[in-house]
Structures are given as structure tokens and as C-alpha cells.
Design a protein around this ligand. Sequence first.
Ligand SMILES: Cc1ncc(COP(=O)(O)O)c(C=O)c1O
Length: 331
Amino acid sequence: MWRYAAVLPLRSGERPVGLGEGATPMHEVPALARELGIARLWVKDEGLNPTASFKARGMSAAVTRAKALGVPGFVVPTAGNAGAALAAYGAAAGIPVRVYAPASTPPPILATIRALGADLQLVDGHIGDAGRQSRAFAAERGFFDVSTLREPYRIEGKKTMGLELAEQLGWTLPTHVIYPTGGGTGLIGMWKVFREMRDGGWLARDVRMPRMVVAQADGCAPMVRAFRERADRATPWEDPQTLASGLRVPGPLGDRLILRALYESQGDAASVSEQAIREGTMRLSLASGVDAAPEGGCALAVLELLVRAGRIAADAEVVLFNTGSGASYRF
Ligand SMILES: Cc1ncc(COP(=O)(O)O)c(C=O)c1O
């Protein structure tokens, strides 16, 4: 990821806190594209990052800056994977980490957080409940709060997903990016960098920007509901439930930025059932060889739904994100 240091928050001479994040493979899956009825499909496999999710990118950037600024400790509320990533980068930086995670988080992810030495606090409820406890702890102890979009650097790390996919496509862009959306930083970061690349002359001036597509679960779809209502804010989802635990974010702090990315890119948003997520996960794995997480399965199920509904056309060239690893969810 730090190959892109020139456009990341790193002072000259400063060494990043890195563990080999980024530079993940992007696989073209022509047979699956044919089955779905689109021109081309690539799967970007973020499960191969340190601690097995794209969260490594944001935490590498955030921990690098916070270490340079001399923070005494880190605290984060998490749906799981962000906590595992922070535990790893905190250990690499030699800075203590406290993580607040729902007790329902998949056990392999909780085990990773503990194994990397973080002080894990289990919370009854969802990531919003974890956030309240985490903020109280940060205020009391002076630990730095690394919550999604409460600090400016995680998004800078996550934008490298957009840089990489463009580089992997020979500095062109796909027609659509399908992204399983919880807090939305990945989507917001990519939309930010697509504009930076265009405005900075990395891409042809007349490049067609991709349509950004939010994939969510029927059991927690605040962004889909807000998009359908053409709202500029999302109202929190009551009783969020989904096996794709990374998507169990009932009230994303970045709701306005997610919606702006959708409207500006003429994007789309849809949700699917738990059954469709299960089937999508299996299908993605079998068709690509990637060990798909349920969040990736959700993205595939949403892609299929939108193609069938005529909302994604037959000439589409789509990049779909598998944001984590299936291994984190098997127990
Ligand atoms: C595997 C996985 N996919 C997707 C998401 C949602 O990511 P974002 O917050 O960028 O929307 C998460 C967040 O926890 C996750 O762990």
C-alpha cells in the first residue's frame, strides 16, 4: 500500500507502520460474468490483507500518523475486523489497544484480537452500543479514538483500494464498483480517490467515472432505505441483524458522504436476504477460488439482483469487493 506514499499522509523520512497491507489480487471471472449476463467481472480479494480484511489499509495509515503524533493508546468500537486490524498495527507500533466489539462477533475474529494482545471488551448489542462505551473510555483515559470517520486517516488508507484497482486495469476504471457497505469508509475513500486521480491527471480527462453501488443485508439496510428515499441522511436501522457482521452498522456516521458518492456517481444501492448472502458467498468462492466472506457474498447477490432488475446493463464491466476472508466466519 505504501507504494502510494506520495498520496498518503506520510511525512518525508517517516517510516510507516506496515505489515504488508494492500497490493491484493484482482481476479477476472469470465464464467461468472457470463452466467450473470454482464461483459466483465473482477473480484478484488481483500481477504489476503494482514488480519484478513481491507481494514488493515485504514489502520496502517491511522496508526502511522497517530504514532508520529505520540498518542498513548488506541481505542475502537468494531464489528470485528477493524478491531483485529487495530490490534495488529498497535502491536507493530508498540502502543496499547482497547477494542469494544459485540459479543456476537464471529469467534475467530475475537480470537485474533486477543491473540494480538488487545484488551477486548465484549458488548451486548451492536457497533453503535460499542461506540458509546469506547468514546467514554477515550474521554476518561486519553486514548485515541480510531472510530470510522472520527479521525481523518483511515479513509486515506482505504482509498488505496481505488488506486490499486485502477492500476490493475491499466489506469482505466470499471463501469461499476460493488461494495459491501457498513460504515462506508471504503466506498467514500474510493470515490474520493477516483476524483483525485482524474483531477490530478492520472486518468484521461474524459474518463467515465464508475457508478458506486452499495450492497447491504435486508436485516440492516439504512443506506439502501435512504438512497431509495433520495434522502441526504440515513435514519438508524432498528434491531440490525445479519450474518455478514461487517455490515451490521445501523447508523453510519458517514451517511451523508456515502449518499453523496451514490448521487454524484449515479450509483445504486440494494439489499438481499440472509439466504441470498449464504448462496452468494458459496457461489463466489466456487466460481473464483477466493475464500469469500459473507460480505463478499452479499455483494455478489446484490450484483445479480441489479442485473436481473435491468439496473446494471449487459455491457457492464464490474469490480466486486470481497472485503474479508471466509475463514474468519467458520467456527
Ligand atoms: C468484511 C467486511 N466487509 C465490509 C465492512 C464494511 O466496511 P465499511 O465500513 O467500509 O463500509 C466491514 C466492516 O466491519 C467488514 O468487516
